[in-house]
Design a protein around this ligand. Structure first.
Ligand code: NDP
Ligand code: HSE
Length: 439
């Protein structure tokens, strides 16, 4: 580990820029252990210096002159989180010409000007990374570009606009109006500066352009994508589709057909039992089929400050590892730099916390249930559900099933010991752990 920081210049401190500052600050130690050097924000530019921010700006220089950021002599990596494609293009090209590496979340910029920008970067010997440009926090670019590099890609089909999926979900589940949900998506920072990009499918088409390029090795050609949005979709069709066992999702689809490609973005009926049909709210999912791996499904938050910052910071870490200079293994074998790996105590099973399913086989006699519930109550274990089936004809024993609240495993072990000592309990208690996997 070295103390010499990698220095960043940020263009934009809105939803994604603010989220990026917060993630870099909160996780600074972990990130430095991964990179081998600390990361420091040197300067950031905004349009309105006095506007309120979601992040603390006291530790770096703040300017309303974005050109200062791309020309700053100390900046190693320029992080473009402004949006738009006019000024952003100029600034990114200037950064590249000044020998800076670039990270961007700007899919419009990549889809429309990526060919020019990547050629300039290649000439200048710098990298331009854009993981956050597609599907927010999901590492879909890296997965296709690196993880699936051995495959011929047969299909890419994804819910790749969080705002659109949020609108469709809220309208279907809560009967809310289009305008009402769109306003909420804007307030939550999901929507583009011009939200018609979200609802008319333009944003999804930008992203599909990028996905097609990395999946099939074709140039970025946004104008070739067939694009329909969700603004014309009627709730009545959502209902009819549901009656027939389908969900309507706004999908981007890229598929090779012989030597040609289909590139299309439109509302699509999907059988409701497909996993992707159940991707709701601001979540995105991208199905990628490779000839070797088969179907893979990549799922996560498609928009929002910190999910997007997660992908931005991952790109910053990739570039910083390269700048930190271990060319033999730019990505450390175990993700953290070898000298930053620290052992941590691993908990014993008795220290786990979980909810529990317990099956207890008992004699079907009065008082057993009350004895069981008393054991749980005395130990402070709260019960979520109890079920007991009628005994089979001629049988006098039954299975009683308990589901507990989340609790400590040592308490459950104690309860099981006491239960197994009961006279009317016939055999060992079956214990399975229950995980709801929610937040
Ligand atoms: P915001 O509008 O929240 O933030 C934009 C930032 O750029 C603001 O800080 C703004 O300054 C600054 N800015 C804009 N124009 C100028 C200008 N002309 N000169 C100087 N500064 C300027 O946008 P987001 O953070 O939502 O989006 C940023 C990028 O990330 C976009 O490309 C977007 O497509 C992409 N993205 C967004 C996601 C999201 O969930 N929001 C997810 C994935 C990608 P000021 O604050 O003073 O107005
Ligand atoms: N507006 C975009 C969306 C942001 O809702 O998906 C993430 O790219």
């Amino acid at each position: 580990m070295s103390d010499l920081p990698i220095k960043l210049g940020l263009l934009g401190l809105g939803t994604v820029g603010g989220g990026t500052v917060n993630v870099l600050r909160r996780n600074a130690d972990e990130i430095a252990r991964r990179v081998g050097r600390p990361i420091e924000i040197k300067i950031a530019s905004v349009r309105e210096l006095s506007a309120p921010r979601i992040c603390d700006c006291s530790e770096f220089e703040l300017t309303d002159q974005p050109k200062q950021v791309v020309a700053h002599p100390d900046v190693d990596i320029v992080v473009e989180l402004m949006g738009g494609e006019g000024l952003a293009r100029e600034l990114v090209l200037a950064a590249v010409h000044n020998g800076k590496h670039v990270v961007t979340a700007n899919k419009a910029l990549v889809a429309l000007h990526g060919n020019e920008i990547f050629a300039a970067a290649q000439n200048a010997g710098v990298s331009v990374l854009f993981e956050a440009a597609v599907a927010g926090g999901i590492n879909i670019i890296k997965s296709i570009r690196e993880g699936m590099a051995g495959n011929q890609i047969e299909l890419v089909a994804g819910i790749i606009n969080g705002t659109g999926n949020f609108i469709l979900t809220e309208m279907r589940d809560k009967g809310r109006t289009f305008e009402d949900v769109l306003a909420e998506a804007q307030a939550l920072g999901y929507a583009e500066a011009d939200p018609t990009f979200d609802v008319e499918g333009i944003d999804a088409a930008h992203k599909l352009t990028i996905l097609a390029s990395i999946a099939f090795g074709v140039p970025l050609e946004f104008d070739k994508v067939y694009t329909e949005g969700i603004s014309e979709l009627e709730l009545v069709d959502v209902g009819y589709a549901g009656d027939l066992g389908y969900r309507i999702k706004h999908l981007g689809i890229a598929r090779p057909v012989a030597d040609e490609l289909e590139l299309r973005v439109h509302p699509t009926l999907i059988p409701e039992k497909r996993l992707i049909a159940n991707v709701d709210g601001v979540m995105n999912a991208v199905l990628v089929r490779g000839d070797a791996v088969g179907n893979t499904l990549h799922y996560g938050a498609g928009a929002g400050a910190e999910p997007t910052a997660s992908a931005v910071v991952a790109d910053i870490v990739d570039l910083s590892r390269a700048l930190a200079g271990n060319s033999a293994a730019p990505v450390p074998h175990l993700a953290f730099q070898a000298d930053a790996i620290r052992a941590r105590r691993v908990r014993t099973s008795e220290e786990f916390t979980s909810a529990y399913y317990l099956r207890i086989d008992v004699n079907d006699v009065p008082g057993v249930m009350s004895e069981l519930t008393t054991i749980f109550a005395d130990l402070g274990v709260s019960i979520v559900a109890i079920t007991q089936k009628e005994p089979a004809r001629g049988q006098h024993h039954v299975s009683v099933i308990f589901i507990t609240q989340r609790t400590n495993e040592a308490l459950i072990s104690k309860a099981i010991n006491q239960i197994e000592d009961m006279q009317d309990v016939l055999k060992s208690v079956t214990r399975l752990r229950v995980e709801h996997l929610d937040s």
